[in-house]
Design a protein around this ligand. Structure first.
Ligand code: FE
Length: 341
């Protein structure tokens, strides 16, 4: 565990520029629930351009949040990065973040993807549409998440457990749109459509669908993108059997979540931290996200990569994602009552 939390000194082009600049520019400390390979290339670029050294700690979101809370004002962390809005909201509620007043962030990040009080900002968008097996499902028969309780999909749906934050957030978004009561009714019917008791992660739902276990899988698109571009032929073959259907296009739009970041309350390198956040939403960082992570840029003036473009443009649910966090505890109880394992 200790090793897990050790700060990784990022290699610096800086060494070539000389130590004086490094000392002048200073550093910034990051706690990241985002995997190292999905953020470090950007941090290296930031260091190259600014001379600011980034010290990175990666870990599970809940563990990092707990750590921030127990360290309190002595925390070395300046920035917290997580891969869903619910946990950023939790960090805000726990009192370990502070508002950022940045014209760049406010004008670049659409309002639904940032905290109204400036405590957190989305850095990339992650979509959770309906995936279906090509040739087995006529996409003309699909329409919305709500319509997946239709008898024709009985025993044909693969989705992971209710313990997963992505499903909890999907549920919270449905509660915001349809109300808690209707969503609970829906969840009770939805659970009866499952092809098998929930198990595994999003990739496992895609694999199960490809293996004939179900016709429909719910998964975040970056998993499908990751499998399609995998070195592993089995993953590529599985993913190639599925297609993306964007649900709720007639209504509120497809469910999305964000990866995002917050400035910690204890931040000692506040200026550098804000510089880093602003850097992460600049055009070239956003283009990198879209290309390397299979996620959607948070800014609309940056195009997603070719693979994502091939899935077509879609309407996103514009619910303020802070709602996902606010409704999370109720969403969890609701799924429990619905018998969603
Ligand atoms: Fe994920």
């Amino acid at each position: 565990m200790l090793f897990y939390f050790k700060f990784i000194r990022l290699p610096l082009l800086l060494c070539l520029l000389g130590p004086t600049l490094a000392m002048a520019a200073g550093e910034v400390n990051l706690y990241s629930a985002r995997k190292e390979k999905l953020i470090k290339p950007l941090l290296d670029r930031f260091t190259e351009q600014t001379g600011i050294q980034v010290n990175l700690v990666t870990g599970k979101a809940d563990a990092l949040l707990q750590r921030l809370q127990s360290e309190g004002r002595n925390s070395p962390a300046d920035v917290l990065v997580t891969t869903d809005a619910g946990r950023l909201h939790r960090a805000k509620e726990a009192g370990v973040t502070q508002p950022v007043h940045s014209d760049i962030l406010a004008s670049t990040v659409p309002s639904s993807f940032r905290d109204p009080e400036g405590h957190w900002f989305g850095l990339s968008i992650r979509a959770r549409p309906i995936l279906y097996v090509k040739g087995k499902v006529d996409p003309a028969l699909l329409s919305s998440y709500e319509a997946l309780t239709d008898p024709k999909w009985k025993g044909k749906i693969c989705i992971r457990s209710s313990g997963n934050i992505y499903n909890q957030s999907l549920m919270a978004a449905m509660m915001a749109a349809n109300g808690a009561k209707a969503t609970e009714q829906w969840a009770k019917a939805f659970v009866k459509q499952f092809a098998r008791p929930p198990k595994g992660g999003d990739r496992d739902q895609i694999k199960a669908a490809a293996a004939g276990m179900c016709d429909i899988a719910i998964a975040n698109t970056y998993y499908l993108a990751g499998m399609l571009t995998s070195n592993d032929a089995a993953q590529r073959d599985a993913a190639e059997q599925l297609a993306v259907f964007w649900p709720n296009q007639q209504g509120r739009g497809a469910h999305v979540n964000i990866s995002g970041a917050a400035l910690t309350k204890a931040a000692r390198h506040k200026e550098n931290a804000i510089k880093l956040l602003e850097f992460l939403v600049n055009e070239s960082s956003q283009a990198w996200y879209a290309e390397a992570n299979g996620e959607y840029p948070v800014r609309s003036d940056v195009q997603p990569g070719d693979l994502l473009k091939a899935w077509g443009e879609f309407k996103m649910d514009r619910l303020n994602l802070g709602q996902l966090g606010e409704l999370n505890p109720e969403a969890v109880r609701l799924m429990d009552r619905a018998g969603w394992k």
